[in-house]
Design a protein around this ligand. Structure first.
Ligand code: ADE
Length: 228
């Protein structure tokens, strides 16, 4: 069982997303467990303040270290896991890709810290095992990155998606699962689709031939291996 602990000031953002589809089923099947923790529950001031003005001045607010430290400590003390990683989402972090997803899927607990506001106290990085970015663009917080990491890692956990599907999409390197994934063009009915008069978009005939060997060859020829 893989457990994800999310630390956020917007716990409700996750409500609908994790109650749908395969991620929901994976939780029901006890293949994964997702717990969302409200950072404000770890403050010890009456107003549940999680941010403050930056030292040295400047625009915006900075997330404080104390509540985040307390949250991580409390989660770690409650859950006895073998392999746990604390991840801090930040645009300067290691770029997330399929290879990182494989590595993360070998843990049994991921504690995900979602930053918000204009910044986060630099010392929070000391609590984290890894800083992760989902791409070179600036978001308003780490909540979407957390969802992306949870979805990408969850699909690699046996039983979450059909194993044939996973096998078909993972290229093997010398008989072992590789690090990227395979994409090839797919079609379904109708065989011919007409977006406007005189134009028809046809599915490749070979895919309707029933010739399994030829279909495999065609897919191999048209596949893209997406890897790092
Ligand atoms: N926080 C803000 N932007 C981010 C990004 N691109 N990746 C991860 N965390 C972020």
């Amino acid at each position: 069982m893989m457990r994800f602990d999310i630390i956020t000031i917007f716990p409700e953002i996750f409500d609908s997303y994790f109650k749908e589809s395969l991620i929901f089923r994976a939780q029901k099947k006890k293949l994964i467990q997702i717990k969302v923790h409200n950072l404000r529950d770890y403050t010890n001031n009456r107003h549940q303040v999680v941010d403050d003005r930056p030292f040295g001045g400047g625009f915006g607010m900075v997330m404080k270290i104390e509540p985040i430290f307390k949250a991580v400590k409390s989660i770690k003390s409650r859950v006895k896991s073998q392999e746990s990683r604390v991840i801090l989402f930040t645009p300067r972090g290691r770029k997330f890709n399929q290879k990182t997803a494989y590595q993360l899927s070998k843990n049994d607990q991921l504690i995900l810290i979602c930053g918000r506001y204009e910044g986060i106290d630099e010392r929070v990085a000391k609590i984290a095992d890894m800083e992760v970015s989902i791409g070179d663009y600036d978001l308003m917080g780490g909540e979407l990155p957390a969802m992306i990491v949870i979805e990408t890692v969850s699909r690699l956990i046996p039983g979450v998606i059909k194993s044939q599907l996973l096998k078909e999409r993972i290229p093997s390197v010398r008989g072992r699962a590789g690090r990227g994934f395979i994409e090839y063009p797919q079609y379904t009915r109708p065989e011919v689709f007409s977006p406007k008069k005189g134009v028809s978009w046809k599915a490749p005939k070979i895919l309707l031939s029933g010739d399994h060997k030829k279909i495999q060859e065609w897919r191999k020829k048209h596949q893209k291996i997406i890897s790092s």
